[in-house]
Every structure is written in C-alpha cells, then in structure tokens.
Design a protein around this ligand. Structure first.
Ligand SMILES: [Zn+2]
Length: 162
C-alpha cells in the first residue's frame, strides 16, 4: 500500500503551520524504532514525526526490520542504526522563505556521515533496503534529486513534483 503524500507547496495546509504556538505538541508523536538508534554516540529512543506520517513510518521501519531477519548485526552493517534527526524548525538551505520538510516533522535524515548533502558519492543507493522500503510507502528520497540538490541521507513524506 502506497501513500500519496502532499506536494511540498501544499504542506502548510496538510501538516499545519509549525511556526504556530502549540503546533509541535498537537501535531507530532514519537515513533519507536524496532532496533536501537544512535545520533553520534547519543542513544535515540524515538523518532519524533508528524502524526500523519506515524503509521507509515511504523510500517516502513517494521518492514525494514523484518527484511533483515530482525538482525541487529545486519542493521549495523547497513548503518541503519545511524540516525541524524527528523523535526527541525528551519528553512530549506539556500531559501529565503520556504520551510524545510524537517520543519513539518515530515522528513528524516539517516547516516549523514556516509551520505553527505550534495555529495554524489553516497552509501545509500536506489536499491538500498532502507530507500526501497520508504519509497514503497510513497516517501521521496533525496538521492533522486538533481546533482545540485542531491541529499542521499534524506527521506520525506512530501512530493517535490506532481
Ligand atoms: Zn534532511
């Protein structure tokens, strides 16, 4: 089952305005990951995500976990235990006004060390398990973007193109 996520330009209507007081509390939930995550050396207990993405994220993570045979060793070999954040109230890099999908808590960064933004050499590929499973649920992968904006660590529940 694949979701059709909103276009980025429609995210204010779909996800609400994260600049409004109370938005974060009212619109986000914690999703637990079936395997332990770390941000650097810091253990991460939950992924903070927009509640409209929570069911999908839970399904994707569970599907990745099952595909590894629920093997933490495999997860670590693939570096899927390396997490680099979801919610972050900020603009798109290089933009004067457009909010990042991270501002809507509708984007997640994974293993930034091996998938640096704008780097054309990256660990994650189109057929990587993590990328494939997010895409199956309709998420957009930043590795598909043009060379100037490629962002292979990044997945988001919003479409850039109709
Ligand atoms: Zn990102």
């Amino acid at each position: 089952m694949s979701n059709i996520w909103p276009l980025q330009r429609d995210c204010l209507a779909f996800y609400g305005d994260p600049r409004q007081p109370g938005w974060l509390h009212a619109n986000t939930v914690d999703v637990s990951c079936p395997w332990p995550l770390k941000m650097g050396e810091l253990p991460i207990a939950h992924i903070l995500i927009h509640k409209k993405c929570a069911e999908s994220l839970t399904r994707v993570l569970s599907s990745i976990w099952d595909a590894t045979g629920r093997s933490l060793e495999t997860i670590k070999r693939l570096r899927y235990d390396r997490y680099d954040g979801s919610y972050n109230l900020r603009l798109i890099r290089g933009s004067a006004a457009a909010m990042s999908m991270h501002a809507f808590a509708a984007a997640i960064d994974w293993d930034a060390a091996d998938n640096a933004q704008h780097s054309r050499t990256h660990l994650f590929q189109d057929d990587s398990l993590l990328v494939a499973k997010f895409k199956e649920d309709g998420w957009i992968w930043g590795g598909d973007w043009s060379p100037g904006s490629i962002d292979a660590m990044h997945v988001q529940a919003a479409r850039v193109h109709a």
